[in-house]
Design a protein around this ligand. Structure first.
Ligand SMILES: Nc1ncnc2c1ncn2[C@@H]1O[C@H](COP(=O)(O)OP(=O)(O)O)[C@@H](O)[C@H]1O
Ligand SMILES: [Mg+2]
Length: 233
């Protein structure tokens, strides 16, 4: 079997609640998990269990209390938990893609440019990047009249599709997906699931959260239950 693309080892996270007199909230406790290329692992567990926190840790947005987050970058394994910020930013350009529930974009940049830019950063030349951007936006049925506009005034579902198009246009080998279908209608959710399966079948390693059981079942090769992980400690 091929070597894992993403390895979480003994990962723990706690938040210090300063507004509550410095109380420590333990969210993840000694979580270990591997995702291989061509595999989609779906995180499960009740709301508040730390699923989103785990993805943010893997993307380097939060600092882990303990543990390692090993990301395969070519022949190298980089520990996101201890790598310098510059190295983490480099991983985010071409290796590690993250779809959050919220779109953060540069104001005044057109939708097409936001998506194409992500593909160029991942290494596609300008014409290829634009072609990938157009293909992703078309696949997600974002009306072409919106492509030249900045997404700031788009509906939640339209913004989420821009967010998703940007990530899939870049073709990252590792994907972290936090409820990518949450604000979408059934037809658009199905299009997103198509992209997820397509990426997985091309060899991407995917770690995902879905609020909807049917969506999870449609793409999961394996489930990882965070509540069970905690009980096992
Ligand atoms: N930045 C933060 N500061 C303090 N507490 C946080 C922060 N982010 C998440 N939490 C808390 O950590 C717990 C897990 O949150 P989250 O990872 O969003 O859960 P899930 O995605 O499984 O619903 C929740 O109790 C949440 O309130
Ligand atoms: Mg969440």
């Amino acid at each position: 079997m091929n070597a894992p693309a993403l390895v979480l080892e003994g990962l723990s996270k706690s938040f210090t609640l300063h507004e509550r007199g410095g109380v420590e909230l333990r969210v993840l406790d000694d979580v270990s998990l591997e995702v291989r290329p061509g595999e989609c692992v779906v995180l499960q567990g009740p709301s508040g269990m730390g699923k989103s926190t785990l993805l943010r840790l893997a993307y380097g947005n939060y600092k882990a209390r303990t543990g390692r987050i090993l990301v395969r970058d070519g022949d190298e394994l980089v520990d996101v938990a201890s790598a310098p910020p510059r190295r983490v930013l480099a991983l985010r350009r071409g290796t590690l893609g993250y779809v959050s529930q919220f779109l953060r974009v540069i104001p005044r940049t057109s939708t097409l440019e936001i998506v194409a830019h992500a593909a160029r950063r991942a290494g596609f030349d300008a014409p290829r990047a634009e072609a990938r951007a157009r293909a992703a936006l078309s696949h997600l049925a974002l009306p072409e009249r919106l492509w030249e506009l900045p997404p700031a005034t788009f509906s939640g579902g339209e913004q989420q599709r821009v967010n998703i198009a940007r990530t899939f246009a870049a073709d990252y080998p590792i994907l972290l997906l936090d409820e990518p279908t949450a604000s979408l209608d059934a037809a658009n959710a199905a299009r997103v699931l198509d992209l997820v399966r397509g990426a997985r079948d091309r060899g991407a390693a995917i770690l995902a959260i879905f609020h909807d059981r049917d969506a999870a079942v449609a793409v999961a090769d394996r489930f990882f239950d965070l509540s069970a992980a905690r009980q096992a400690v």
